[in-house]
Design a binder for this molecule. Structure first.
Ligand code: ADP
Length: 253
């Protein structure tokens, strides 16, 4: 389809899904969803449904990957074959290697790896449903799952994209905007504004770049508030369960 044939905005300036240019898609975060992982998180960012599982720190296999002064971090991004309209061929491909690498690099700077020499922290990200922005959803979920696993971190990491469609800068592009738009710029950052991921697909002028950056940072701030809230809710919930009086078990006659 030719991008010039698509109208991305209605007469009131609303986008194809009714959002304003500076609006995120609906966001949902659930913490501690997997019993066998040390930390886990399920996230929905619009049509994206992504789960992250964290294991470790634990022993490194194969052993030759061990680092004597720090833990290594492994990140595996995987898209389920049923996550997209036309069945995706299962297994790793160039795209998943790239996304795994940049996502790991987005998270690694805040993980206190020197606390755990000779060990590994494994992060698995499974995309169950994809609608553009799966790397940002994966990083957001992974950051929460790392915190849920009790991995010491300097701070959380939050990720969000801004894009350009119909010559306008928009926050958090969905699939049609990503596929037929003019640019897509995912970022990841700490709450204090340190950027740990910056990618760009397409072209932006210097002014548009600054505009996109500002919008993406605003998006990250909103997502961070929900990441924080969902972790606090989870731990309040666990505390309440622990505080509940345990029913006395009577011995059988
Ligand atoms: P991101 O999901 O981080 O935006 P891309 O820009 O590479 O990463 O992909 C944009 C969207 O294109 C994905 O979220 C997904 O909806 C779709 N997509 C990616 N790879 C495939 C594929 N192999 N088959 C079908 N759709 C895909």
């Amino acid at each position: 389809m030719d991008e010039s044939n698509i109208s991305f905005f209605d007469k009131e300036g609303r986008r194809l899904d009714g959002r304003r240019v500076d609006e995120l898609r609906p966001l949902k975060i659930e913490v501690g969803v997997l019993a066998r992982a040390d930390g886990s998180c399920y996230i929905e960012m619009g049509g994206n449904k992504v789960i992250a599982a964290v294991y470790g720190p634990r022993e490194v296999h194969p052993r030759h990957l061990q680092e004597v002064t720090r833990a290594i971090v492994r990140y595996r991004y995987n898209m389920a074959s049923f996550s997209v309209e036309e069945r995706k061929r299962p297994g790793p491909d160039r795209r998943s290697y790239e996304l795994s690498k940049v996502s790991r690099e987005a998270l690694e700077p805040v993980i206190l790896t020197s606390y755990f020499p000779r060990s590994v922290i494994d992060v698995f990200v499974e995309v169950l449903q994809a609608d553009a922005g799966t790397r940002t959803a994966g990083i957001n979920a992974a950051s929460v799952a790392l915190a849920d696993a009790g991995i010491p971190m300097r701070s959380m990491i939050t990720s969000c994209a801004a894009g350009k469609v119909g010559d306008q800068i928009v926050l958090d592009p969905m699939k049609e905007e990503d596929n037929f738009g003019q640019a897509d710029m995912p970022i990841a950052m700490t709450p204090s504004g340190e950027i740990t991921l910056l990618q760009m697909d397409g072209h932006l002028s210097q002014d548009q770049f600054h505009q996109a950056m500002e919008l993406a940072i605003k998006g990250c701030r909103d997502i961070y508030n929900l990441q924080r809230k969902s972790l606090i809710d989870r731990y309040n919930q666990l505390e309440n369960v622990e505080a509940e009086p345990v029913e006395e078990v009577k011995a059988c006659d």
